[in-house]
Design a protein around this ligand. Sequence first.
Ligand code: GYE
Length: 320
Amino acid sequence: MNHFPRRHALAALAGAALALSLTTPAFAQKKLTLGFAQVGAESEWRTANTASIKDAAAKAGINLKFSDAQQKQENQIKAIRSYIAQKVDVIAFAPVVTTGWDTVLKEAKAAKIPVVLTDRSIETSDPSLYVTMIGSDFTEEGRKAARWMLDNVKGDVVHIVELQGTVGSAPAIERKKGFEEVIAGKGSYKIIRSQTGDFTRAKGKEVMEAFLKAEGKKINVLYAHNDDMAIGAIQAIEEAGMKPGKDVIVISVDAVKGAFEAMMAGKMNVSVECNPLLGPQLMDIVKDVVAGKPLPKRINTKEGIFTADIAAKEFPNRKY
Ligand code: GYE
């Protein structure tokens, strides 16, 4: 047996191993783990939001632990506690309601795990409990909905019914506030009924049925805090023998595909955009947080407003 070629081969192998170790594992960064506590799967918006987060995490090489709280705060708190126990690098969550988070967020802080809020904001006496919040300006969405109504729906009296989102959630509180702010002092615009439909189609339909029973043909406008409730309500309006989009003007928020379909069918008049595709921005934030980069306390997503007359033209461009 000739020893020399073997020794050469071994040396070559060792060299290759060294070269490999310089470029890969040993010196590469540890894979980051993000624990994400989602609100639930209550709407088309939420489904698109979840898909965006999962997809962006995979693309960014971030290990994602994901939980669905079925719109219950206690479930989200449990999920956050389990992420703390698992020592994830960053925790992110979309808080179902605005209040009641301080205790669990203090636990995260004590464990030195940074927290990022997505989509919905919270009320806290200690803003140091989270690093940043990324999401939409819900108050402005409410204002946009009302401004469209003032420009397009005229009459001596305009009777409005309102389907609110989940009680105590930031989008429900702020979409109501923005809308009311714009119609304040405009005597002819009156909200005659306002109730929660919990952001779902089923509840939106059920509550609209009750509104129709109580007010019937008096209703001129429906303002729904999201498209799913509006779509449920459209069914109720049709079943009551009225024409949604004509007898009852339908104003909504989110601008998901279902809203475009309703607008193209002439059953919805307008939907204010709320962009659910927060995933890529969130993954950048996660990396920045871990790298210790300073971040603004609030990052707003950019969005517009879509009307029935441009729905068919815009539809092919929609991503959610
Ligand atoms: O508008 C609604 C969803 O928090 C912005 O939650 C989100 C809202 C969205 O259920 O459809």
